[in-house]
Design a protein. Sequence first.
Length: 414
Amino acid sequence: MFKAIHTFLLPLLVCLALFSAGSTAQETAAAAAAMAGLPNVMGVRVTATPDRARLVIDLADKTEFALVSLSGPDRLAIDVRAATFTVPEPVVEVTEAGVISQYEVQQAGPDRVRTILTLSAPAQVQQAYVLAPFEDQPARLIVDIIAATPAEFAANVAKDAVASVTPAPAVDSSTPAGGSELPIATRPLVVIDPGHGGIDSGAEAPGGIKEKDIVLAFALKLQQLLVDSGRFDVALTREDDTYLRLEERVALARANKADIFISIHADSFQQPEIRGASVYTRDENATDVLDKVLADKENRTDVIAGFAMPQMAPEVVDILLDLMRREMRHQSYTLAQSIVHQLEASVELRRFPVRQADFFVLQAPDVPSVLVELGFLSNTDDMANLLQGEWQGRTAEALARGISSYFDGMVAPE
Ligand code: ZN
């Protein structure tokens, strides 16, 4: 009972802490190569009784599959390696009284189709197997599900969480086995990442003004404000003019289990008329072509320093990781909105200030991450602001308020 207080929220984050962002190029290539020959999902059916259920997925050909148990709400998720699906209704309410109340079919990635079974009572997979096509029957994945006790279901959820990703060292070994019954008050950890540094100056403006210096000064201001609020612990990825690879910035936030990650930039565009602050979350599809150019340029920072171009982790590594990424995207977006909402009243914003682009530095699957463009050194008005102490202070205060309001909204309802 004591132990649960410390661990029940953490297993996913703990076991993901050291998940490597590297050596993924081959996996991406393999996925792309395999996709060409992948079968389609042609139909999904569920039959259920109060103590058991059967899921049948019709496939154009035999393929691989994976299963996990998930809690809150209780679900079973089944992925098959397939190109796409054709079903009349992707979301179906199961009207028979049984262990499954609803099922939903979704495209979980370019090479997989996911079926999520919402459970009305704890249940577990009894057996799952793929049948080859037979006479006029297509290939089928059969999943038989039986009722389980709440303890069995919880054990399956925990086991899947641990098995799904690279295990991390026992980072929680310092947690006392007994411990206090009162939750230990800990402050959220905010990691601020001043962009660029060292050999990589970032954007440069006439007069020797460098992005790396502007964003470091700003990050230190923001850190001070957040620390003074008494509400946060705040770490910087760099506190001086040091070069850090993008992967190191991400790893620092993940290894310390940051609650949020904020990368600070003040880049430049070829179009000098573009100005104003904006907040980015990660998405492969950039909001517009300029955003794509910006992210591509940022992602090349490692090349400037003589390292290889960083590789994005593939979106779909396994079910849990993929679900976690989706949840983080949602939280990142909420954070971006909170920040923009506060910036709105204080500073000039770009049109559609919450934007998306494929920034490598935002790829942590377990830390909500945003990239703030304070303004653009390529615009003379923005540059004047960026160099002005009053503007910096006002903007840092707005950012700090945005961060606070994000955490206000994160308080789980009792
Ligand atoms: Zn930058």
